[in-house]
Design a protein around this ligand. Structure first.
Ligand code: DAH
Length: 341
């Protein structure tokens, strides 16, 4: 029995020496010291020993047990250290490697120009108003003094939502003028940027969806001089102080008198070229003095108050600002184009 115990110890210590993981050390512990382990098996045979032998073998068994236990503790500490070292090697992070630079986006050119325009108007005391894109025809047409037979009311021009023509995708931001005047009494000074929709084919200067900034000022004693001063200030800030403008008579049903405002061509400086189609000028916006009928329609007395209004094309404004000659570039989302701004 003595030999069995020492043989068991030698075997256990030998196997522990080559155990190379926490798992195999644990397996050896179960194999030798577990309840169904080899040491227990030997101790069960102690009943057959004589009274003299029993304490001797008992003492040896205890020694063997604690030798194996010590060896297990020592080996498992070694194995833990080895495993930790492996993990540290495998999971090492090289902080000196150059990082992967993330691609940072930026504002779309139209947002750049829109934000500039908003800042300019806000600095002149305007506030920003909003209106719905799905609009009642009453607001987009009737209350803006647009006659029943006007071509803009045709199905070929406008995206109707209701069969009875009472609702459509607004074709201009002008209905916001009416919505603001119905809620607020003068003095009024607002701009309203947003999307508008028209049944236009896509080409270099058209898109069925585009953006406008509407403007409206109503107060006592507002004149065409205020309109010119405000719009000239806008153009000067957007395109440089020396930029020339031209106020050209025009017709809009909701303003009287009405004018279109042109800006000197950014390519040829007024001489006439391909971009301005030989004109020397590029149209930027429509404007005028708010029609007395429109004022009266929202309960503002046209004898007491007057106002001016304007509608600017944001795509046009952006193209002029950056010298872009094709509107489609603004909608295609080609990052080779967009990254230039
Ligand atoms: N709504 C007009 C358009 O889309 C532009 C316009 C002209 C707006 C004159 C105005 C204005 O406010 O007074 O063509």
């Amino acid at each position: 029995m003595q030999e069995k115990l020492t043989a068991l110890r030698d075997a256990a210590l030998g196997e522990l020496q080559i155990a190379d993981s926490a798992k195999s050390v644990e397996e050896l512990r179960v194999k030798y010291l577990g309840k169904k382990g080899e040491l227990t098996a030997i101790l069960k045979q102690m009943g057959g020993l004589s009274a003299e032998e029993r304490p001797v073998i008992g003492a040896l068994a205890n020694t063997v047990r604690s030798e194996i236990e010590n060896a297990i503790a020592a080996r498992s500490a070694e194995v833990d250290a080895i495993e930790l070292e492996h993990r540290l090697k495998a999971e090492r992070i090289d902080v000196t490697l150059p990082g992967k630079t993330p691609r940072v986006g930026h504002k779309h050119p139209m947002s750049i120009v829109l934000d500039e325009a908003k800042d300019i108007f806000i600095s002149m005391g305007f506030t920003v108003a909003e209106g719905p894109e799905v609009e009642l025809s009453v607001y987009d047409f009737d209350k803006l003094n647009i006659p029943p037979n006007h071509t803009v009311r045709e199905w070929s021009d406008t995206f109707y939502v209701a069969e009875d023509e009472s609702v459509h995708l607004r074709c201009q931001t002008s209905p916001v003028q009416v919505r603001v005047m119905e809620k607020q009494s003068p003095p009024i000074r607002i701009i309203s940027p947003g999307r508008v929709y028209r049944k236009d084919e896509v080409d270099a200067t058209h898109s069925p969806m585009f953006h406008q900034i509407e403007g409206l000022v109503v107060d006592r004693g507002i004149t065409l001089g205020d309109l010119k001063g405000t719009l000239n200030a806008l153009v000067g800030k957007l395109y440089g102080t020396g930029t020339k403008t031209r106020f050209r008579p025009h017709h809009f049903p909701f303003t009287e008198p009405s004018c279109e405002v042109d800006v000197e061509c950014f390519v040829c400086g007024g001489k006439g070229c391909r971009v301005c189609k030989g004109e020397g000028w590029i149209e930027l916006l429509g404007s005028g003095m708010v029609h007395p009928k429109v004022l009266a329609g929202v309960g503002i007395d046209p004898d007491e108050y007057s106002g001016f209004a304007f509608g600017i094309g944001v795509e046009r404004m952006t193209m002029l600002r950056f010298g872009i000659d094709d509107m489609r570039l603004l909608f295609e989302n080609d990052t080779r184009f967009l990254s230039q701004f």
